[in-house]
Design a protein. Sequence first.
Length: 256
Amino acid sequence: MVPFFSSNLLETTKKKAIKAVFKEIDRLAKEHNIKKASFRFPVLNRSSLEGKIPQNNFLMQFDFQDTSINTQVIDLRMSENKMKKGLRKVYKTNIEIGRKHFEVKMFDKKNITKEIFNKYIELHYKAAGRKTRGSYTYDFMYDLIKSDNAILAGAVKNNEFIGFSYFYLYKDNAYYGSSCNSPDIKDISISHLVQWTAILWMKKKKISFYELGWMHFPNNLEYLCSPKELQISEFKRGFGGYTVPLFMGEKYYDKD
């Protein structure tokens, strides 16, 4: 993440501080033989969401290459009816069909258990066909839920979990983490109802903004995204909201 400064600083003072910080970053990078440094501007912060930070990538002023992309954000302060209007038409249909076949349960620090979380891990392995991450990562994710920094949504059909989605919480904002669905369920869409149920839960809990994550588009010369990434981006945009820039930059200290 890029360094942030007090909003009470004068603009001239802030510019001097930024310059001093990146000068120190360069010094440390050379001292420790760092080959590459990467920074990005977080979208889920009050200054960014309220438009109080410059809408440009100042990293380029310090010899960083611009690697910016876009991300999708939903303003949960809108009425439920207005959010529903932002849904893609086929999503509304899939949500209603899903309600006829399964229910979605929300788990936070008050009701999550190791047993339920292990069901999430097991389904993750089943959906991927292999172990995709170390057990310590799942331990950390479970601890985040217990500390009120994440939530889990689970789709249940005939007393069995058929899908999960994991979300991070930060103050009054939320960020979409990951999902997994049972490969045995092929006749109904799981993710649409899971996402929509989680969105309504967030709204009820006074979450202000929900970031669905990075948006990829074809014909991007800076980043050649895969068909899967394009498909995921298309899926996220179907829930409405708006696309905002996610400023990022990379600096190579080793020219080789």
